[in-house]
Design a protein around this ligand. Structure first.
Ligand code: ZN
Length: 297
């Protein structure tokens, strides 16, 4: 396991904020990126990530990490420091009011132009070319605040991954997942392994959340370039809502972590032998079909 410290604060600032990531395996094969608690005070997500980190250390020692896995167990150190009257406040950046899970760059327009005449019939080669440009674009991102520096650090680790899992929790909820419409088949095994109650899909939720910023550009490019220059949905990015904020237990976190590891094996990131998939736990349903209800009491 390699520990990486990312400096988030501007040089000579009055605050020192650091982000920590853990890297397992090595580059070259399939890559998975897993971050927890982008909204800071999401304890079920952080606990699950800690379990993942411990298990990945064991699996790495056993030579079972055949790809590369990056885990960020506390993705929002800035939000973690935002406490008002003893209550954590991690959803929005207090200095701007912007949701920490919004406003990630969508590079489709830029890629569309840059890729003109550069793609061919080989989908794998197209993915390689697109990822190369994506790494360049994210590296060129010039943050103007610590929050944007944090967003860049997270996005930079995720942008070229095959699997991106963004672990969150709700105030009160059953376990559910959000993913792009073209990813439903690829995400179904994760839903089943995690015994999710819902898999909500959309082509675009709006506001550029983290998962979508990693995945949407692929199907936007596919629609633009068509079948002659195939662009597969190369990044399976999923937002995982690990129940409600008080659904915190070692047992649940260990079970969730184990399900995620099994999914990484399905995706060829880990070698855990044959994974027995449970029967479907839910049928994917459109996010647009969900309805908000106000409780009068
Ligand atoms: Zn969240």
């Amino acid at each position: 396991m390699q520990t990486d410290k990312h400096l988030i604060s501007a040089a000579h600032g009055s605050l020192h904020v650091e982000l920590t990531s853990y890297r397992f395996g090595k580059p070259g094969g399939k890559k998975a990126y897993i971050q927890a608690a982008l909204h800071a005070d999401e304890v079920p997500a952080m606990l699950c990530a800690q379990k993942l980190r411990a298990r990945l250390e064991e699996l790495e020692a056993q030579g079972k990490v055949i790809g590369e896995v990056i885990v960020v167990p506390a993705a929002n150190p800035i939000g973690l420091a935002q406490v008002i009257n003893e209550r954590p406040f991690g959803r929005f950046d207090l200095s701007t009011g912007i949701n920490f899970n919004r406003g990630y760059p969508h590079y489709f327009e830029r890629l569309k132009t840059a890729l003109e005449g550069r793609l061919g019939a080989d989908a794998g080669e197209n993915v390689r070319v697109i990822r190369g440009l994506l790494r360049e674009y994210v590296a060129e991102w010039r943050p103007h605040s610590d929050t944007v520096t944090l967003k860049k650090a997270l996005f930079q680790m995720a942008i070229d991954a095959d699997v991106v899992l963004d672990l969150h929790c709700e105030n009160e909820a059953a376990l559910h997942l959000y993913a792009g419409t073209p990813l439903c088949d690829a995400v179904q095994p994760l839903a089943d392994l995690m015994q999710a109650s819902a898999l909500l899909y959309t082509l675009g939720a709006g506001g550029e959340p983290f998962d979508e910023a990693c995945s949407r550009l692929w199907w936007d490019l596919a629609a633009h370039f068509g079948a002659r220059d195939p662009v597969p949905p190369a990044c399976i990015a999923v937002t995982v809502e690990l129940r409600g904020e008080v659904s915190v237990s070692h047992e649940l976190a260990a079970r969730d972590a184990e399900a995620i590891l099994q999914y990484l094996a399905v995706q060829g990131v880990l070698d855990l032998g044959a994974v027995a998939l449970p029967p479907p736990s839910c049928v994917p349903t459109p996010l647009e079909g969900s309805e908000r209800l106000d409780a009068p009491h």
